[in-house]
Design a protein around this ligand. Structure first.
Ligand code: URA
Ligand code: CA
Length: 433
């Protein structure tokens, strides 16, 4: 096989065979096919797309390029959730204990990552003593016993995707639906999920800004998953403003605990119940979505979801009593209010700019080496559609330094007011199965 022939085929809009897809992914991972040829085929795919079969083949070729996590010793259907990313997305911290409380196993492999706040692991490390450096065998035991455990990323998962993503980043080929969909799905499948519930964000703060693009990505991922034998479904949810109120590490842990207690923000609670219902349903623990939802609502009401969070934190070395005393979480030295400069209604909260403001406070990592400050962040006081009076707080800023002029400026630019009441954004646009 010659790579140049494959490039020519894709250039002319033809379909690659399974063997051809495997050939170029294997060759690229091993280093026998050079960047320039893969750049050319990526650009051809960018313009000509991929058939459903090619997408499934590409995904599985990337899965097979590295290690695959074996979760077969965990009893039950392992359902993973994946979000395409947003600002202050606290859903994982809520969903883990919530679905584990109704006996759906949550075997989460998670990372730290770059972003406005830390990743799930960083957030959980706001709980003193909590750690994810556990052996595989202990991880499996914990999930079988408690239904939930989190372990740090280990092994060599989807090296082909890592290499391809870095190449796409510098060749203007990131924004291709088949390439994004197979990239995301390859990572979930290599991590061992039997079933996958996707939360595809849409709006200004999301990777996909329009509903049409978000729907196309969601459908592409759902088809890949189902075509390779993993039950997959997607929810398209709003990211035109941050989800919930908290953007920050310890602040989001607090928000998650509040939500598990039934006192969380309305939007975060609703999204967790929707995603959670699909997770419970696909696991086979409920015979309908309505039954799944009732089980989760009950776990919040009777305290078992909160109890599950406590058990989960303590079983990985954390101080579970934090659940009952949130003042034990890291606290920032200074608290400032961002006051409204006039009367009106909140008409826009530009999510990625609020994220940038949180980053300026030190809540996120700009490079892999940066330290993050777990205590700091932003607590929104108002959401789109809320009425405000001049002088009322729009947001509370938790900072470990006193001069927050830059943060205030960023936040002021990102929270816009109007004279008339705007429409409130739809939280859940579509569910795709
Ligand atoms: N996120 C991914 O994991 N892969 C892509 O290609 C784009 C976003
Ligand atoms: Ca939040």
């Amino acid at each position: 096989m010659r790579m140049v022939d494959l490039i020519e085929k894709k250039r002319d809009g033809l379909e690659l065979s399974t063997e051809e897809v495997n050939y170029f992914i294997k060759g690229y991972t091993e280093g026998s096919i050079p960047d320039y040829q893969v750049s050319a085929i990526m650009m051809a795919i960018y313009f000509n797309g991929m058939t459903e079969r090619e997408r499934a083949d590409l995904t599985m070729a990337m899965v097979e390029s590295g290690d695959q996590i074996d979760l077969s010793e965990i009893e039950g259907v392992k359902v993973d959730k994946h979000s395409t990313g947003g600002v202050g997305d606290t859903t994982t911290l809520v969903l883990g204990p919530l679905v584990a409380a109704v006996d759906v196993p949550v075997a989460k492999m998670s990372g730290r990552g770059l972003g406005h706040t830390g990743g799930t692991i960083d957030k959980l490390e706001s709980v003193s003593g909590f750690h994810v450096e556990i052996e595989n065998a202990e991880f499996i035991d914990l999930v079988n016993k408690n239904k939930i455990a989190v372990i740090g990323q280990s092994g060599n998962l989807t090296p082909a995707d890592k290499k391809l993503y870095a190449l796409r980043d510098v060749t203007a080929t990131v924004n291709s639906i088949p390439l994004i969909a197979s990239s995301i799905m390859s990572k979930k499948i290599a991590a061992g999920a039997d079933a996958i519930v996707l939360d595809v964000k849409t709006g200004a703060g999301a990777f996909m800004k329009t509903l049409d693009d978000s729907r196309e990505l969601a459908k592409a991922m759902v088809r890949i998953g189902n075509n390779v034998g993993r039950k997959t479904m997607a929810v398209i949810s709003d990211m035109s403003q941050p989800l919930g109120f908290a953007i920050g590490n310890a602040l989001e842990v607090k928000e998650a605990i509040d939500t598990l207690r039934g006192e969380g923000p309305k939007d975060l609670t609703e999204l967790c119940l929707t995603l959670g219902s699909h997770m419970v349903y696909v696991s086979g623990k409920a015979s309908s979505l309505a039954e799944a939802r009732a089980m989760l609502e009950n776990a919040i009401k009777d305290g078992s979801a909160l109890e599950k969070m406590k058990q989960f934190l303590s079983s990985q070395g954390g101080d579970g009593s934090i659940v009952d005393d949130l003042s034990k979480l890291p606290q920032a030295k200074y608290i400032f209010e961002l006051e409204a400069e006039e009367d009106g209604y909140v008409s826009e909260i530009i999510a990625d700019q609020v994220g940038t403001a949180a980053m300026l406070l030190g809540a996120g990592r700009a490079t892999k080496e940066s330290e993050i400050d777990l205590a700091v962040g932003i607590l929104l006081r108002k959401k789109i559609g809320d009425q405000v009076k001049k002088g009322e707080s729009l947001a509370t800023i938790h900072s470990n330094f006193e001069d927050i002029a830059q943060v205030k400026q960023k936040l002021t630019q990102s929270i816009k007011l109007s004279e008339t009441k705007p429409e409130t954004p739809t939280l859940i646009h579509e569910e795709i199965t």
